[in-house]
Design a binder for this molecule. Sequence first.
Ligand SMILES: NC(=O)c1ccc[n+]([C@@H]2O[C@H](COP(=O)([O-])OP(=O)(O)OC[C@H]3O[C@@H](n4cnc5c(N)ncnc54)[C@H](OP(=O)(O)O)[C@@H]3O)[C@@H](O)[C@H]2O)c1
Length: 237
Amino acid sequence: MFQLNDKTVIITGATGNLGRITAQICAAQGARLALVGRDPQRLAEIKQTLAADCAADIFVADVLDTTAVEAMVTQVAARFGQIDVLANLAGGFTMGALVHETPNAEWDAMLALNLRSVINCVRATVPHLLTAGSGRIINIAARAATQGSARMAPYCVSKAAVVTLTESLAAELKSHDITVNCLLPGTLDTPENRAAMPDQEHQNWVALDALAAVIVFLASDAARAITGAAIPVYGRS
Ligand SMILES: NC(=O)c1ccc[n+]([C@@H]2O[C@H](COP(=O)([O-])OP(=O)(O)OC[C@H]3O[C@@H](n4cnc5c(N)ncnc54)[C@H](OP(=O)(O)O)[C@@H]3O)[C@@H](O)[C@H]2O)c1
């Protein structure tokens, strides 16, 4: 596994399925962690699961609240002195309606959760990475970004926008030694997905620790030459 010794990593969505295991693996690789979420109780529970010698703290922020995100990033910089990695894991999924029957509120909610959340965190964090003179931004798009699907337009569009945002940011920041990449996970092997799709081949889905390992790689020095990439992580699906 790739070392993250003394790198300060902000993880949004730290209370989620992917966030939790990413935090654990980053901690095991020596990172200092800012665990970001909305629920302090659940963040504290995640912190308890980390390697005992890990410098980790919890930071409560709604990633849709621009002011709260600015405050959170300021607090992280004050706590750890430097920010090295922003892992934008917060996001979500919805499906059901046909495009011509999807109300604006549903579009707004999906675009906010999957795109505006990333924009808010990027806007607050990039000045710190520029000051540091290097950095890593890792966004989570989805396989669904590569191909529109029926009854999933808001989700597909929001994740496709994350890919394009990643490319634009990478172009803007490459000369500052700040890499920006996104992952395109297929279906993750989560309890929620197993409950929703009990008849599917779960062993073909993407294991959470396998996806977290790719995040750790992108955060590490080993990935310093990769920027602007949208990396498929499909498992066997
Ligand atoms: N699950 C899949 O099959 C799959 C496939 C492809 C891509 N992805 C993407 O992978 C990422 C992680 O997925 P996951 O399965 O781990 O999701 P998850 O378990 O549902 O976790 C989502 C996380 O985002 C947080 N979050 C949601 N809204 C927030 C807000 N307004 N402010 C702050 N935090 C907020 C949640 O916090 P709360 O607990 O407070 O709600 C939670 O920690 C997401 O971006 C998802 O879209 C997932």
